[in-house]
Every structure is written in structure tokens, then in C-alpha cells.
Design a protein around this ligand. Sequence first.
Ligand SMILES: C[S@@+](CC[C@H](N)C(=O)[O-])C[C@H]1O[C@@H](n2cnc3c(N)ncnc32)[C@H](O)[C@@H]1O
Length: 206
Amino acid sequence: MAPEFTSRDPSQPQFWSDRFERKFTPWDRGGVPEAFRTFVAGAARPCATLIPGCGAGHEVALLAAAGWDVTAIDFSPAAVAAARQALGPLADRVQLADFFSFAPSTPPDLIYEQAFLCALPRDRWPAIVERWAHLLTPGGLLAGYFYFDNAEKGPPFGADPGQLRRMLAPHFAQVEDHAVTDSIPIFAGKERWQVWRRLPLADSAR
Ligand SMILES: C[S@@+](CC[C@H](N)C(=O)[O-])C[C@H]1O[C@@H](n2cnc3c(N)ncnc32)[C@H](O)[C@@H]1O
């Protein structure tokens, strides 16, 4: 049974810190999911990668081992502490930062999405999409796991496929979309692996 929490606003760091501190993290896959492993193994070159809302940051070790320049951020001090502890010598790849104001020292080639969009209420999504588009240079990739569901309450907050497409279309073109076979229960049957390419600025609505 889920513990009782007093923090109810997932757009505030305290909401997530309370859950990390009580080790109630049902969204945490406990490792790196298959589609992302395949994506990294098949990439033509290493990508400077940003992981917003990294939580425990399992992907950091995989990317660092592959020689990729990875920066993982989270605005919850408890999440950052957990990730840094788990990552040991790679702890400095994790920064305490709010995605909406974070200014990376290197522009990312890739933004990895996993349970970040669905962690925030739907009214925050346009701002997330704007930020993805702002941070990625043309040709850059947004890749990861997108959660589809119409339940009003969350997190996780699910998207409607058409809604997601309409939100991303001004800035991104889809290059991959397939089912996920190794979902954990909270996402099972409701998530897809997708890759979106940042459009050239002239093609973008910005
Ligand atoms: C559902 S968890 C997912 C964590 C991780 N990506 C995973 O899949 O295990 C959402 C995470 O996003 C973080 N988060 C939410 N809003 C954020 C923001 N504005 N800036 C940075 N991190 C944020 C939370 O602190 C939390 O760790």
C-alpha cells in the first residue's frame, strides 16, 4: 500500500523528495530499459546527453561507459542525493537544477525522456515542449518513453497520441515509434518508445 504523503503538488520538489526519502518510487525501472540500450548501441556517434528529471539516474553509468557526455538534472535534493550515491565516481554528472531554468554548459545533441513529462501536470507540458525545443539545436534528438493514458489524476499523467503529436509538431519530426516490451507495471501497455528530431529553425514555428 502507498504511504500517506502530505505533499500533493508534483510541480514542487518537495513532492518528489518526500517520496525518495520514504523510498516510494514506483516509477523507477531499477535499470536501463531495452529500447534505450539499443538506441545507444546503434548510435553513429556519442551524443552530449541531457536527462531532465533523472531521479535515480540509472542511464548515467551506461552513457558514461559508452563515452557519451551526460548531464543528469533533478530539482529534488533527495533524488539528486540518491542518484549521486548510486553513481559513486560519476556523481558529478548529476546536478540539482530546475529544468525550466537550467542552462547547460554544452548544448545537448540528445534529450532523454523518461517519466518526466508524465510526472508533471498537463498544464506544464507546453512549457516542457518549448524548453526541449529551446535546448536542442536543429537535428538534435528527443528520445525516450512516452506515456499514454486518459486518467485525470496523476502522476503519471498520460497523453493522448494526437495531443502529443500536435504539441511536438511545431518543433519536431517523429523518426521512431514502437511498443515497449520491458515496461514495469505502472507503465505496462501504456507507453511507447519514440524518437523525435528537432526541426531546422526555418521549418519550426518558433
Ligand atoms: C517520475 S520521476 C522520474 C525519475 C526518472 N526519470 C525515472 O524514470 O526513474 C520524475 C522526476 O522528475 C523530477 N522533476 C520534476 N519536475 C522537475 C523540474 N522542473 N526540474 C527538474 N526535475 C524535475 C522529480 O524530482 C522526479 O525525480
